[in-house]
Write a protein that binds this ligand. Structure first.
Ligand code: FES
Length: 159
């Protein structure tokens, strides 16, 4: 997918092209593209006069950023001990089956991607999965399909 550089331009302008606003620019780019395309990092580097390696360093240092395309609703399946014993591996399989992608991949419509994490810090709710900013605790395989439908209908797509 081609990166719309005019959007990057808008973001950089919003922060007055000031290098001390680098993180804010990266956050806005992540929100705009759902990841940080290399072209966006290059443009930020050029316009703020920050060496590319510095921009890249900031983009790789913080977990909030992703350098590869992720879905609008990234799915994180917790595989920490508490979630694992309560069936997280089967939940992961259910999401993979429902979306027809594997862990580390993104759906063709760019709505969902699947990753695993080690502990989301709310083990009392095990097994836990986050979809976008939402936390789904005590999740059962039987509910996976309904959850995906809910986000799809929000986007007006039932595919
Ligand atoms: S192990 Fe899953 S939230 Fe802690």
């Amino acid at each position: 997918m081609q990166t719309d550089i005019s959007k990057v331009d808008e973001i950089v302008m919003r922060y007055g092209r000031r290098k001390e606003n680098l993180l804010a620019m990266l956050l806005d780019c992540q929100e705009e593209f759902y990841y940080l395309p290399k072209e966006a990092l290059e443009e930020i580097s050029k316009q703020t006069g920050t060496p590319f390696v510095k921009v890249l360093h900031a983009a790789t240092f913080f977990r909030a950023f992703s350098l590869k395309p992720v879905g609008k609703y990234p799915i994180h399946v917790c595989m920490g001990t508490a979630c694992h014993v309560k069936g997280a591996p089967r939940l992961l399989e259910a999401f993979e089956r429902e979306l027809q992608i594997k862990k580390g991949e993104t759906t063709k419509d760019n709505l969902f991607s699947i990753e695993t994490v080690n502990c989301l810090g709310c083990c009392g709710l095990a097994p836990v999965v986050t979809v976008g900013k939402d936390v789904h605790g005590k999740l059962r395989q039987a509910n996976v399909s309904r959850i995906i439908k809910k986000y799809r209908s929000r986007e007006g797509s039932d595919a």
